[in-house]
Design a protein. Structure first.
Length: 204
C-alpha cells in the first residue's frame, strides 16, 4: 500500500508514521531522513541539495522530488511505503503522481489554535528526549531519567505561528487536491495517540 501522511506541524505525524509503517510492514519515508542520508553520503542528488543549503536557500521542488523518486524505487518499497513530509505543495503532489499511484492519503485533522497551545506548552528532556506538556507537568525534571526539561527553539509562539502559517498557505491546499482525487481520508488528530492509531487502522 502506498500512503501519504498529511498534517500540520505538531499534529503527530512522526509518531503515527512509525506505527502505521510497522503495522503494514512498509518503509516509513521521512523526507528529512532521506535528505540527511543523501547529504551525509554525498550522493549526486545530495550534492545538488547541499549547494542550495550552503547558500541558505530552500532546496527547489525538482531536487526534492528527485531524492524522493530515487528512494521509492528502492527494493524495500516494492510492496508500498508511507511518505511523511512529502509532498509539501501542489507542484510536488503533481510530480509524485507522475512517479507512482498513491492508494490513500491520511490527513491528521487538528484544530490549529489547540495545536499552537500544544506546541508552545511542550517541554523536552535534554537527556533522553521524552516530551511533556506544561498542562500536566508542573516541574522541570524528567520522570524517566531525571534530566532537565527545556522548550525547543521551534516551539516558541512566534515560530509556531510562522510554521502554521506556512502550512496553511502551501500544504493545506493538498487536502483539497487529494479530496478531488478521491483518495483522502480525514482522521481526528486531536484524540490520544492510541485512539488516532486505531482510527487510522480502521480506514486502512
Amino acid at each position: 500500500m502506498k500512503l501519504v501522511l498529511l498534517g500540520a506541524p505538531g499534529a503527530g505525524k512522526g509518531t503515527q508514521a512509525v506505527r502505521i509503517a510497522a503495522h503494514l510492514n512498509i518503509p516509513h519515508i521521512s523526507t528529512g531522513d532521506i535528505f540527511r542520508k543523501n547529504l551525509k553520503e554525498a550522493t549526486p542528488v545530495g550534492l545538488k541539495a547541499k549547494a542550495y543549503i550552503d547558500k541558505g536557500q530552500l532546496v527547489p521542488d525538482e531536487v526534492t522530488c528527485e531524492i524522493v523518486e530515487l528512494r521509492i524505487k528502492e527494493d524495500d518499497c516494492k510492496n508500498g511505503f508511507l511518505l511523511d513530509g512529502f509532498p509539501r505543495n501542489i507542484a510536488q503532489a503533481e510530480a509524485l503522481d507522475k512517479m507512482t499511484k498513491i492508494d490513500k492519503v491520511i490527513n491528521l485533522d487538528v484544530d490549529l489554535k489547540a495545536l499552537a497551545d500544544r506546541l508552545t506548552g511542550r517541554r523536552v528532556c535534554e537527556k533522553c528526549g521524552e516530551s511533556y506538556h506544561v498542562s500536566t507537568k508542573k516541574d522541570e525534571t524528567c520522570d524517566k531519567c531525571g534530566g532537565k526539561l527545556y522548550q525547543r527553539a521551534d516551539d516558541t509562539l512566534e515560530t509556531v505561528n510562522s510554521r502554521l502559517t506556512v502550512y496553511e498557505q502551501s500544504t493545506a491546499p493538498l487536502i483539497a487536491y487529494y479530496k478531488d482525487k478521491g483518495v483522502l481520508v480525514n482522521v481526528d488528530g486531536m484524540q490520544s495517540i492510541e485512539a488516532v492509531f486505531e482510527s487510522v487502522k480502521k480506514v486502512l
